[in-house]
Each structure stands twice: as C-alpha cells, then as structure tokens.
Design a protein. Structure first.
Length: 151
C-alpha cells in the first residue's frame, strides 16, 4: 500500500468513466466515483492482476487495506497492490468524491452492471465464479471491515 498526503454530499452514488481501456491501450482504467454520506463503495475484495489507486477529491473515505481500516480525506492518495485485500465507502456522515485508476486496465463496466444481481444472490455460484475470474474481483472476508461497517 502507498499513501500520499498533502500538507456537499450527493444524493446517490455516481460513477463516471474518464478513460477507457481502449483509449489507454489497455494500460489503465480511470473513473470518478461519488458516494453519498456513509454509502458503501465496495465490499472486501482482492484483485490478483491489477493495482488500484484512489485519490480523494473531496470528503472522507473509510478504507480497509489488509486488516486495518483507515480514514482518508481530501488530497489523500492510496495505491493498493495486486493481492492486497481492500474495501471502501464514504465515512459515516460524510460524502466521498474519488478518482480511481486501475492498472493494467481491466474493463469492469459490465461487472458493475452485474454487481446488483451478484450481491442479491440472483446468480448461480458457477456464474459468480466465472464473473469474478473474468473481471479479477474476488470477495474476501474481513472481520475488521464487518466490525467497523456492520457489513
């Protein structure tokens, strides 16, 4: 993990893509994510094939990295290496506005469309395993995250 620190809330979660895999020759993917106060961004998971970097544009972000929950604010920058478990969400009572990059770029937009069905248990275990392998998103258990966020 790498953390760099320098010296109004949304009514819903919004994702906007800034750079596609094709425009970056598959080297990176970038998106902006705005989370309403206390909203979960991602449950504990790990990526085996890519690094993920989070830049906090505004607000407060609670983030699990390995077994520790951290609080990050405006201007903080966190890089999560492949194989490191992580989760994130807007801190209770605060929104979070993030710029996230993934390298090498994996097109996860189709995954985000499937995620509500995955989380609702609407897909078979075989389909979920295939989806997680295809998009390099593998859920993990985290007592630290569950104790802090209740989910």
């Amino acid at each position: 993990m790498r953390i760099d620190r320098p010296g109004a809330s949304d009514s819903r979660t919004r994702i906007s893509y800034s750079a596609s895999v094709s425009s970056c020759r598959s080297r990176r993917r970038a998106n902006r994510l705005r989370l309403a106060p206390g909203t979960a961004g991602a449950l504990p998971h790990v990526h085996h094939l890519s690094s993920e970097a989070f830049y906090v544009l505004d607000g407060e972000l609670e983030m699990l990295v390995d077994d520790t929950v951290h609080l990050f604010g405006r201007g903080d920058y966190v890089v999560v290496a492949p194989g490191v478990s992580h989760a994130f969400g807007a801190a209770p009572g605060a929104s979070a506005d993030l710029f996230i990059t993934i390298a090498p770029g994996i097109d996860r937009f189709p995954y985000f469309r499937l995620l509500p069905r995955v989380l609702a248990g609407e897909l078979s275990d075989a389909n979920i395993a295939r989806i997680h392998t295809e998009y390099d998103v593998h859920f993990v258990e985290s007592l630290a995250w569950t104790d802090r966020r209740g989910r």
